[in-house]
Design a protein around this ligand. Structure first.
Ligand SMILES: [Zn+2]
Length: 712
């Protein structure tokens, strides 16, 4: 182990804002990559602290609470446990999950503010602001309405006119009034603290220059902010919800601190520090947090989405530099955005997949895998339910699940459920064991470089290798012709399963635990803290804390000959079309009621096929002569289609688009030589061609040719 590797690894994941639940865009942006990284590093035996928590301050939470007629505290008390429970169900391996309404957070933020004020890191400014004399508070952006000076809209907000889109400040509104009391606001003076970021620009530029290895999407955004020049940024506000400005600092500046709070962008990242303090204090080391935040032996990594880059690469580092006692982030591997079904994720339009709703219907590992293979690491990526189904069925069930199941079944039936010794291994046996030795470093290098998609792909390559080896060595033949060769295949395949039970742990922790249970493989180091935030839910904590088997050990055989294994269990059940259709319908329900997106993307063009490939398809004109709904199916309609020379039964997935009776008499085009397929117990003897609009609506391709005529 090099000196560098012996250092502590402090990982933060963006604090989710506690005014709503977590969706899959959040997971793909920050949480899943952070969890993959932490679990991998812990399996390497490294000292990791994985810190997160709910961001519970800020005007947006006040506004949301007001519209619901509850207090901000009641609002965050609803969402904090909801977010926390969803993370727990997803298998996040946090050491601590805090919240910014905690007393420790207020104390930590106020101490931080004090130190920076004492060092002269702030400036103050006195400005005219709108004040509601009836409510007795200053009116921040959304608490004041008035007439837009640009378009005359009488209901423009203090930050923006939603009719013409103009950005406004409250003072620009004509005839302003308070949204709290409808009172006519007065102008009053208020003094605020500012962080003059321009003064830190040279130091920030120099520091960023020492990190050419950062991701290009991150450096691109940082350089663009620096090129524009950093401006002073207010760090206090006059609102009744937030961490109060320290009274002593205010008094020293001759300012009344009453009603003044620290701006949420300033206190939120300090939430990482306060959560770490709570964590070490809970483990009997009230000053232990300093080993993570203030020691050169600690490396700090922020996992965030791209909307947070400027805060974590420039503003928080400027705060840490101004304080002087803290380490600076070593890397900020931010991800881009995740779209859903080709459209931009939008919570206000209902175009989102919520984690707590997902977990009510599917296993967490399926989503972990589907997202890990499509992470928006360098550019925006797309999640689709059909891709989710394909990954679950064709990769997890057919490759991984199949390999583990056939290996354990064979070992149970033909090796009495014990690991047979490897005797006179063949070239094929040796080649696979040699290749196995390369996997821990291959996967590990990808994880170290924040290339998580690649790491997960390499992990599944081991299961693919196992299946290929099993097929090539044909143990179902050799068990009759060469029992030792068969035993060797079982031995090697079991070793591959055992290695998978370690190497899969970052991406599929629940599945890896199940494989270990089937193999009765014990002593694997834990990838989640046994005393962590979700110790009761994280399966790997069932393995031994301080276990002897670590990441690098998974390159060599882990099971001794004679070791008794358990019984094969089914790891993954196939996801049916119906389940996917239900998810699409759920997604489209609320989105259909919302305003349409201004412009939807067209499906990308497919690659070329040869004329010979095209000519294999037999298209025929036909007429629908009967149609009925399929019982128990939301998606399928059973059709009889007249093709002139014969009638066909065709099951079409169009029930969400057409009433059966509306299809009768429709002229259609049929793919007539598609192999018949069983769907819900009935045979479908062909497929209708439909044009699918960008909004998802379907339109039959029709012909005026006679029934049965060839379409080409
Ligand atoms: Zn306007």
């Amino acid at each position: 182990m090099t000196e560098r590797e012996s250092r502590r690894i402090l990982v933060t994941a963006a604090l989710p804002y506690a005014n709503g639940p977590v969706h899959i865009g959040h997971l793909a942006g920050a949480y899943l990559p952070a969890d993959l990284y932490c679990r991998y590093q812990r399996l390497q035996g490294r000292d990791v602290a994985f810190i997160c928590g709910s961001d519970e301050m800020g005007v947006a939470i006040m506004v949301r609470a007001r519209t619901e007629g509850i207090t901000p505290q009641e609002l965050v008390d609803r969402y904090h446990p909801m977010i926390r429970d969803a993370f727990k169900g997803f298998g996040m391996s946090f050491d601590w999950y805090g919240r910014t309404t905690s007393p420790v957070h207020a104390e930590t933020s106020r101490d931080f503010f004090r130190v920076l004020a004492a060092k002269g890191a702030f400036t103050t400014r006195t400005e005219q602001q709108l004040f509601d004399p009836a409510a007795g508070i200053f009116l921040a952006d959304r608490f004041v309405k008035g007439t837009c000076p640009s378009c005359g809209n009488p209901d423009a907000y203090g930050d923006q006119c939603e009719k013409c889109g103009t950005s406004l400040s409250p003072l620009e509104l004509v005839d302003p009034r308070s949204t709290l009391t409808d009172a006519k606001p007065e102008l009053r003076e208020s003094t605020h603290w500012y962080l003059p970021l321009g003064a830190s620009q040279a130091r920030l530029e120099e520091w960023i220059g020492t990190h050419p290895e950062w991701k290009s999407n991150v450096l691109g955004q940082v350089r663009s902010w620096l090129a524009d020049g950093l401006r002073d940024r207010a760090i206090t506000r006059d609102v009744p919800w937030g961490v109060p400005v320290p009274e002593d600092v205010a008094a020293a500046a001759g300012v009344d601190a009453a009603g003044k709070v620290i701006y949420v962008w300033f206190d939120a990242p300090i939430g990482y520090i306060s959560a770490t303090r709570e964590w070490t204090a809970a483990h009997g080391a009230p000053d232990g947090w300093k080993d993570w935040w203030q020691s050169p032996d600690s490396r700090l990594f922020h996992f965030i989405g791209k909307d947070n880059i400027v805060f974590h690469c420039l503003m928080f580092p400027a705060m840490l530099m101004a304080h002087g006692d803290y380490v600076l982030p070593e890397n900020v591997p931010a991800n881009e955005f995740l779209n859903i079904e080709g459209r931009k994720l939008s919570t206000s339009r209902g175009w989102a997949v919520w984690l707590h709703e997902y977990l009510a219907e599917f296993e967490p590992d399926l989503l972990r895998y589907a997202l890990a293979t499509t992470l928006p690491e360098t550019k925006d990526a797309d999640f689709s339910w059909s891709d989710f189904q394909l990954r679950a069925n064709s990769e997890l069930a057919d490759v991984l699940g199949n390999f583990v199941h056939r290996t354990l079944t064979f070992a149970g039936r033909f090796a009495d459920g014990v690991v047979p010794p490897l005797v006179d291994p063949s070239d094929a046996d040796r080649a696979v064991l040699d290749e196995l030795a390369t996997f821990p470093s291959r996967i590990g290098e990808a994880y170290e470089g924040f290339r998580f998609r690649e790491g997960v792909f390499e992990t599944m390559a081991l299961a693919r290798l196992g299946n290929k080896y099993f097929n090539d060595t044909e143990p179902w033949h050799t068990r009759k012709t060469d029992p030792q060769a068969c035993a060797n295949t079982i031995h090697v395949s079991l070793q591959l399963c055992a290695s998978l039970a370690v190497l899969l742990e970052p991406v599929l922790p629940f599945t890896a635990a199940a494989i270990r249970r089937m193999l009765r493989l014990e002593g694997v180091a834990t990838s989640a803290p046994a005393d962590g935030e979700f110790a009761d839910a994280v399966p790997s904590s069932a393995t031994v804390a301080g276990g002897r088997i670590r990441w690098a050990d998974a390159g060599a055989p882990l099971l001794a000959p004679g070791h008794a294994i358990g019984l094969a269990e089914v790891l993954f059940r196939k996801i049916e079309d119906e389940a996917i259709a239900a998810q699409l319908a759920k997604l489209q329900g609320p989105a259909a009621e919302a305003a349409p997106e201004p412009s939807l993307p067209y499906a990308p063009a497919k690659g070329h096929v040869t004329y010979d490939d095209f000519a294999k398809l037999d298209f025929r004109a036909g007429t629908v002569v009967a149609a009925e709904a399929m019982p128990k199916s939301k998606k399928l309609v059973k059709l009889r289609v007249d093709l002139g020379y014969e009638e066909r039964q065709i099951l079409a997935g169009v029930a969400e688009h057409f009433k059966p009776e509306d299809l009768v008499g429709k002229r259609v085009t049929v793919v007539a030589n598609l192999a018949p397929r069983l769907m819900m117990g009935l045979e479908s003897q062909g497929m209708l061609l439909m044009a699918e609009n960008r909004d998802g609506s379907l339109h039959p391709v029709s012909s005026t040719g006679e029934n049965g005529s060839v379409v080409r």
